[in-house]
Design a protein around this ligand. Sequence first.
Ligand code: GLC
Length: 427
Amino acid sequence: MRGLHTRREQLWDAAGLILKRNDMGGYSVPTRGLYPYQWLWDAGFVAMGWHLIDQPRAWKELDMLLRGQWASGMLPHITFHQIVDTYFPGPDIWQSPQQNPPTSGITQPPIIATALWDLYRNTEDTATVEPQARSMFQALLRYHRWLYEARDPDKTGLVAILHPWESGMDNSPLWDGPLSRIKPVAVPTFKRRDLNHVNAAHRPLDEDYVRYIYLLICLRNGGYVEPSLYYFAPFCVVDTGYNAILLRANRDLLAMAKALGEPETEITGWIDRAEKGFQRLRDGQGGFYAGFDVRAGVPLDVPVTSKYLTLWGGAASADEALYLAREFSESLGGTSYMAATFSPVVTGFHPQRYWRGPVWAILNWMLSEGFKDYGFKSEAARLRADVLQLVETAGFYEYFDPLTGVGCGGPDFSWTAAVILKILASE
Ligand code: GLC
């Protein structure tokens, strides 16, 4: 017992220390060096982690994030609170209409409403945080409204992403098909900065990077005018994981609306439409496709782990959840550490290259919560135990090799620390 107690305490303290070290005075960088700004979905996990050790600091994280919100309601994927020259592409490349503070021009998985509800429901004295919570609720309502108006103008119930980076899983094999149909033209030469910080074998390939920059330029040249970009951008994909995160975020936004006595109908409308929209993603076998390529009009049948986020989103029926649990174990159970981001039994699996195989702590945490919600306790426990083991042995890395447990990408990573705190707090 004593051993277990010590282990927990050590991990808890180490995780807290990482959040403190990555604190830039009100917002957190994901890791020093590689990612020197505030990222959208990182901030959501980080706020939930901070809340377990310093509640006012957690609220500050969201407050700083929302300062980057566009007049349209869009929440950008990076907020450049202060400019450094070690990151590409910076604000000079994005040229976004929001300049105070400057931001990128695309969004990321909408986890922030989930973070807000997590903070609010775990605050004892809600009266003191209520004014802030109410204004954040309004900001997130505007963000979700923007997502539907800009990214689902045909009202299918599911929103599209216009750049792979919007998925948060930047070079997932899921994008290979849609990206292969895109021919980048007139991309000015640029110098990647990520390779100055970490091993090139862990990062996306140059040929992918050219496409990322090409797509950025297309959106910028389109003046970031939505929803017309939905019809014209070369890359337009409905990502199952993204929509599952949005579905849960809408349920959490609804919980906030109830707690604050705010109107609910707009949010329940989004939830109803999304639940119907998921019909388009059902694979006819009992499970779900990982996405739908809107430009090509075809489902994306790729064995990426993000599709199991349907459980986190509560989009699956009880029968579907059973099917998904079986498929999950068959497809991903063969590695020493679960859950690889991409099935290790298919070609293209790469245990150390970014989103093409490695284990990510945030994904394990969300999947574990999803399995738990559907009553799959042992799957949930395995996902938590594996990530605790990985961090204990390798450190708080950005991601991990599922075969060897080696830590990859950036070290001392904020969201890895934050979800370890969440996991330890729930044990
Ligand atoms: C990478 C990840 C993205 C994350 C960012 C900062 O770009 O793919 O999901 O938000 O790093 O951690």
